[in-house]
Design a binder for this molecule. Sequence first.
Ligand code: ADP
Length: 550
Amino acid sequence: MYGSTHPWVPRASAPGRVSALHEAEMLDMPAEECLDRLTRLAAGLLETPAALVNLLDDEREFCKSAFCSAGKYAAGQSSPLERSFCLHAVVSRRPVVIPDARLDPRVSRHPAVIRGEIGSYLGIPLITRDGHAIGSLCVLDAVAREWTARDVALLSDLASSAASEIDLRRELLKRSRYEAALELERACLEQLFTSAPDGLVLLDPHDRVLRVNPEFTRMFGYSEEEVVGRTINSLIVPDGSQGDATDLTSRVAAGQRVAAEVTRRRKDGTPVSVSVLGAPIEVERGQVGVYGIYRDIGARKEIERLKEQIPAIVCHELRTPLTALRGSLGLLAGGLMTARPERGREMLDMAVRNTERLLRLVADLLDMERLNAGHVSVEARWYPADELIAQALEVVRPAAEAAGVWLIAHSAKTRVWCDPDRIVQVLINLVANAVKFSPAGATVWLGVEEAGPEVVFSIRDQGRGIPAEKLSAIFEPFEQVEMMDSREKGGTGLGLAICRRIADLHRGRIWVDSAPGVGSTFFLGLPAPGDGRAERTGAERPAPVPASRV
Ligand code: ADP
């Protein structure tokens, strides 16, 4: 019986046929005027009551355009494939000419034929430019009819036009899909470029900068406008390294991919350790430029350096107090307490002092290690600068009192973007140092003020000062001005190194001005988030608070 699976249905699934049809995005879509014009024309030229454009996917026949004087067929309708006359045109890829449907074994049992609705049929396959038969243009009549060669030729021409319209539409859609994909890819690459955590640079074939990303400008301190058009080596290569840098760039220019760990310089002349990867940018016609990826490896180098120092540190810094401790305990164990109680007392005090020093050292070493390993995160928020100073003073006050040193704080209603606990830790260290290195009766001043985009704390003392050649070294672990400073003053030699790391974590900076014999001023500069100006409330200038002996 007609209606069971049509033996030709499986043959409608020629590879690529259905995807070609879907590419045109015509199924279940509104009518297309260009196809409606063709069905109108077909019915008019061949003088038939109906002309249709049917499209066939794997499961159904979709009527894309219908011209029908009796209103029997309408665009947008779907019917099962096994009922499709057009299936024969699609599968055979040839015109299907049925003068009398009742006599044609292919369709004689079709319900519409039995009901007398279709008496004759002429269908021409719609074949796309890439050879897929995706449907047909057909005309039909309720009565039997002889189709002439002219009818077949006319309808074939119209079917070619319909196929061309469909091809055109596929082409346009393909192009707009391609453009959308291109746009997406461009947007992804752009975001990758701008948000990359490494410094990226694109160079033309003459090593002139075409583009840099924000991380590059941050790393080297140039703005994009300052670098575009200039040769990369003239910007970031230190004077002594020009030869090596030229060697690198010429290897990349020759098509090689080059990786190296080198020192480059920032705009302000300071060195920066970077790993650099340079590689050619190639397109079909050859090399059109070069890209470079710069990664700041300063922190890693510093950790490597510190790791190398660890055995020496353990030997020296831990062994010295341990040896003293063992000495004291040895004497006490030998009966010193009973033989010479006074001396025994001294030995006990010494043992306690050395134990405390060991504990402080271990605590600072752990702190340092956590900071270096990146295990310390800064939980920044706006915090009143005055409160930071007050908290630091509270801790240092007893030591200042014991040393007979005056502490004077200048207040300012500035607020600072920082992790308060960490910044208080830095201030305590700086004020405690100022107290330690000041003579009795001297004064230590604490101030804070806005300077451009930074809030700068200053800690000024009247101590012995620091010689010029030590001004930057003292921020390195275990560096001190005098060999015995840490031991004599009860420090660990790690305080300033820890302070510097905390400042780094805030993207801030720490430095010192000093005149030997006159005193030192330590500064801690903290930027506002996003490098905007710090928030200020209340007074414009720092106002002095009354001097207080603490
Ligand atoms: P410590 O924890 O031993 O104090 P720091 O890292 O804080 O170590 O300081 C390192 C060295 O810097 C000190 O041993 C001292 O030589 C020098 N220093 C620090 N602050 C001052 C200061 N205010 N005046 C003079 N020298 C200082």
